[in-house]
Design a binder for this molecule. Structure first.
Ligand code: ZN
Length: 222
């Protein structure tokens, strides 16, 4: 029974833990972790504050967008991803403005659930990867870290997938991307202003000192 609309864990097969030494986020995964039943009750999210509603909502959006534009994207999962993106486009602003808006809260709960469905077969990509150290090293909430990164990744990936980027912009009611080589600024500007509407940049808390000392270089892969 989720009490926020963001992680989509009720539909997932993973649990994330942070390694205390490397501060890397590691996923524990098993089909046995899939819930037998998920109960989505929008009333349980009425008391979530606006800033947390915005940050967790962008997390749900990021799950859908990163699966939709993923090199492992699958048409079946694309359906859930586009459903989730359109629900965020329709209801996030309303849920932030009025926490007791049942229709908006229900829409965001479904968006979060659909994002969770995307995570199992496809998963996240470039957006969550740089957002993780913002969370573990600077202690930013996961959704806030994603809100900071999301517009940049959407813009960076746009030339590689202009069709799906245009679809995302359309579902979020952002100005349409035109598919030209100059496509990059359009979704970036649109997405930054979209994320700023609920004060995402302003709601980021000041970085706190890491309890385990200053950040260390990430261990090199391989
Ligand atoms: Zn996430």
């Amino acid at each position: 029974m989720p009490t926020t609309s963001g992680t989509g864990s009720e539909a997932g097969i993973r649990s994330l833990v942070t390694h205390p030494q490397t501060l890397a986020k590691l996923a524990v995964e098993s089909p046995f972790m899939l819930a037998d039943i998920a109960i989505l009750d929008p009333e349980l999210t009425y008391s979530v504050p606006p800033a947390v509603t915005a940050a967790t909502g962008v997390d749900a959006l990021a799950h859908c967008v990163e699966a939709f534009t993923n090199i492992k994207a699958h048409p079946l999962i694309d359906g859930y991803a586009t459903l989730g993106i359109s629900l965020v486009g329709r209801y996030l602003a309303r849920a932030v403005a009025d926490g007791a808006d049942t229709e908006a809260r229900a829409g965001m709960m479904l968006a979060s659930y659909y994002g969770g469905v995307c995570l199992g077969p496809v998963n996240t990509a470039a957006g969550h990867a740089p957002a993780y150290p913002l969370g573990t090293r600077l202690k930013l909430p996961h959704g806030t870290a994603n809100a900071i990164i999301f517009p940049h990744v959407l813009a960076f990936n746009a030339p590689a997938n202009p069709g799906k980027t245009a679809e995302i912009c359309r579902l979020l009611a952002l100005p349409p991307a035109d598919g030209s080589p100059e496509i990059r600024p359009a979704p970036w500007i649109s997405a930054v202003s979209w994320a700023s509407k609920w004060g995402c940049p302003g709601m980021a808390p000041q970085p706190k000192p890491c309890p385990n000392g200053p950040p260390r270089p990430m261990p090199s892969a391989g």
